[in-house]
Design a protein around this ligand. Structure first.
Ligand SMILES: Cc1cn([C@H]2C[C@H](O)[C@@H](COP(=O)(O)OP(=O)(O)O[C@H]3O[C@H](C)C(=O)[C@H](O)[C@H]3O)O2)c(=O)[nH]c1=O
Length: 180
């Protein structure tokens, strides 16, 4: 298992060791002990899975405190462009975003700390997106940032995405007062 760090403090990409043989492949998708080596610790209380076809954009989402969630995200099949935005007011990288491609060949994962908005583009049909969360779903605490916020200027690698009506009316970063 290899770890990659970024300018955004606390964000870690995890590349698991994938064991391939004539039958296919095997890898450990989660090990608290191995994650702790990279400082990834948390009480993972909920696993989510979504399926999206190519061109779907989900996000940018977060849950407000006290229901804020750290996430450990990966794809089981397909490929996704994962996008996170630093919303931590005291962070030197506030308002900056990171794009990481997740795929079902390397089975790479991304640790998204509390204080980030999260979203992704499905780059292939039948992209199964799996993620662990450190707090339960709290619909009353849901928040978000508009996916095509002109200030963020994120390249989602899709021109006319399939996106939920809810996501189309999220606030821009300029309209947003971060609770993190
Ligand atoms: C997130 C969530 C949703 N739901 C229900 C609520 C809706 O009836 C349905 C679809 O929810 P939503 O449209 O919010 O799903 P996504 O747009 O994929 O939301 C996720 O998208 C981005 C990528 C994220 O990082 C968040 O974890 C999450 O917000 O599932 C639940 O029952 N539990 C949950 O934890």
């Amino acid at each position: 298992m290899e770890f990659k760090y970024f300018d955004l403090p606390g964000v870690v990409e995890i590349a698991p060791r994938v064991f391939g043989d004539a039958r296919g492949a095997f890898f450990e998708s989660f090990s608290a002990r191995r994650m702790a080596e990279a400082g990834i610790v948390g009480e993972w209380v909920q696993d989510n899975q979504s399926r999206s076809d190519r061109g779907v954009v989900r996000g940018l989402h977060f849950q407000n405190p006290p229901h804020a969630q750290a996430k450990l995200v990966r794809v089981a099949t397909g490929r996704a462009l994962d996008i996170i935005v630093d919303l931590r007011k005291a962070s030197p990288t506030y308002g900056q975003h990171l794009a990481v491609e997740l795929d079902a060949e390397r089975y790479n994962m991304l640790y998204v700390p509390i204080g980030f908005a999260h979203g992704f583009t499905a780059l292939e049909d039948n992209t199964l997106f799996l993620y662990k969360c450190t707090d339960y779903y709290a619909p009353h605490a849901e928040g978000g940032i508009l996916w095509n916020d002109p200030q963020l200027n994120i390249n989602w690698r899709v021109t006319n995405p399939t996106i939920s009506p809810k996501d189309q009316v999220l606030p821009t970063l300029a309209e947003f007062d971060s609770p993190f």
